[in-house]
Design a protein around this ligand. Structure first.
Ligand code: GLU
Length: 445
């Protein structure tokens, strides 16, 4: 049974980079008919907040990502304690008393001698008396996991065969001086106890995975299958733009007014061998979803492409799907208006502005009063319909000798107060005779 987890730390908001990991895990579980776990990695009690946790849950929900199980690491400190004791008993977790300054000094010295800055394991040689002396000084130890020094290898779902030389790594610190846990040990224990089958996460964790595989084994577990996706870069291949890098998912929703499926569609496809498409629902994405299609080079994230996907999604969105969103914006003006404004939308919020062109109040822009009078005079009789615009403009063309832009643009400006917008042939019947005549007479209506 496939079981995956997304494990954000509630020390900040979700942004395009980390939400992509959530999306991959979610899609992977859905595709396999497996279980998706949301784990809140809040062992850093100083920096974790309830507000960030709530935000993460709200953002995922808005994106359409639901979880089958969820838990918080802060509820499991007793389990981590027990795991730490197991490792200590095996001699694999050892106390170190170096201060940050001591460690800095060691690193500088190693580098000056052309050696890699790997922790020298001096703490392993401390005698009980030396440790007792440190404790008597009031020093508290931090605890390191003793790596084997052997290579750790695995077949990565994204990166293929990976080998990490643990001999070139510092023994990782699992517990800080203040007794708090870094994510390394709790994560492994949780993955064992929740029976996670696949760990899908960013490439920045690849080296950690080498150490974590040894911790899995030390705790009597078996390491899951790993997939480390390449990270996101900006459109030009450089760093993500400052704006994008700092924008949260909530900002994309509230500030940029983007659709969740636009974000999901783009993030699921960039950096893969499939083209970016605008998917109206997750089923469409699931069809071709395969982590094996991910490239090992970074995925380019382009704000402009996101906007294009968003617009495409709106242009094809049926009224039934748009209606609840429009209603929430106070911009639901019925199906006919939706059909009229839809092709001009970049974001759903634009629908509101476009709808005002129909409902008013519109302050007409009249540059030629004679033309306005002629237009009023030649407006087709009766109820305006889909044929009215061409009949009207043909008549006006003959009556006034105007053509092209000179014929059409003033009509648009007089009727909508703007130079661009949805098709006039569609707008005209929606505005209706009464308001058309008022606007042609220069009234705000
Ligand atoms: N909380 C860790 C992070 O956000 C989890 C990493 C993992 O997926 O194992 O980086």
């Amino acid at each position: 049974m496939t079981k995956v987890r997304f494990a954000p730390s509630p020390t900040g908001k979700l942004h395009v980079g980390n939400v992509r990991t959530a999306i991959f895990n979610y899609l992977f579980a859905r595709k396999a008919g497996g279980t998706f776990v949301l784990r809140i990695d809040d062992t850093d009690v100083e920096r974790s907040t309830q507000a960030y946790e709530d935000g993460i849950r709200a953002d995922l929900t808005w994106l359409g990502i639901s979880w089958d199980e969820t838990f918080k690491q802060s509820d499991r400190f007793d389990r981590y304690e027990a795991a730490a004791e197991t490792l200590k008993a095996k001699g694999l977790l050892y106390p170190c008393y170096e201060t940050g300054e001591d460690l800095d000094r060691k690193r500088r010295l190693q580098m000056a001698n052309g050696r890699p800055p790997v922790y020298d394991r001096a703490a392993l040689d401390l005698t009980d008396a030396e440790k007792a002396a440190f404790e008597a000084e009031g020093r508290k130890p931090h605890w390191r996991f003793k790596l084997s020094g052997n290579p750790v290898e695995w077949d990565d779902m994204v990166r293929g065969h990976v080998a990490i030389e643990t001999s070139s790594l510092s023994d990782p610190i699992l517990i800080r001086e203040d007794g708090s846990y870094l994510y390394t040990l709790p994560s492994v224990l949780d993955d064992i106890e929740s029976e996670i089958t696949h760990i899908i996460r960013g490439e920045d964790h690849t080296t950690n995975s080498g150490a974590q595989i040894e911790i899995f084994e030390a705790l009597g577990g078996k390491a899951p299958i790993f997939g480390h996706q390449a990270l996101l870069v900006g459109a030009d291949g450089g760093k993500l733009s400052k704006r994008t890098g700092s924008l949260g998912i909530a900002d994309l929703r509230d500030v940029d007014g983007l659709e969740p499926m636009a974000i999901m569609s783009l993030l699921a496809r960039i950096g893969t061998s499939d083209p970016v498409e605008a998917f109206a629902d997750v089923e469409g994405i699931l069809e071709g979803f395969d982590l094996g299609k991910l490239s090992r080079s970074p995925a380019r994230f382009d704000d402009e492409e996101l906007k294009r996907v968003n617009a495409k999604l709106l242009h094809a969105m049926p009224y039934a799907d748009a209606q609840p969103k429009l209603a929430a914006l106070g911009a639901d003006k019925g199906e006919a208006v939706w059909e009229a404004v839809r092709p001009n939308l970049e974001t759903l919020a634009d629908a509101k502005a476009w709808a005002v062109l129909i409902d008013g109040p519109v302050t007409p822009v009249i540059e030629d009063a004679d033309y306005a009078a002629a237009a009023a005079q030649h407006l087709p009789a009766g109820v305006l319909d889909s044929e009215s615009w061409s009949a009207w403009t043909n008549t006006l063309k003959e009556a006034t000798g105007r053509k092209g832009k000179m014929l059409f643009m003033p009509l648009r400006q007089m009727l909508t107060g703007a130079e661009r917008g949805p098709e006039m042939a569609v707008l005209l019947p929606l505005i209706g005779r009464e308001k058309v005549l008022k606007r042609l007479a220069g009234e705000t209506a």
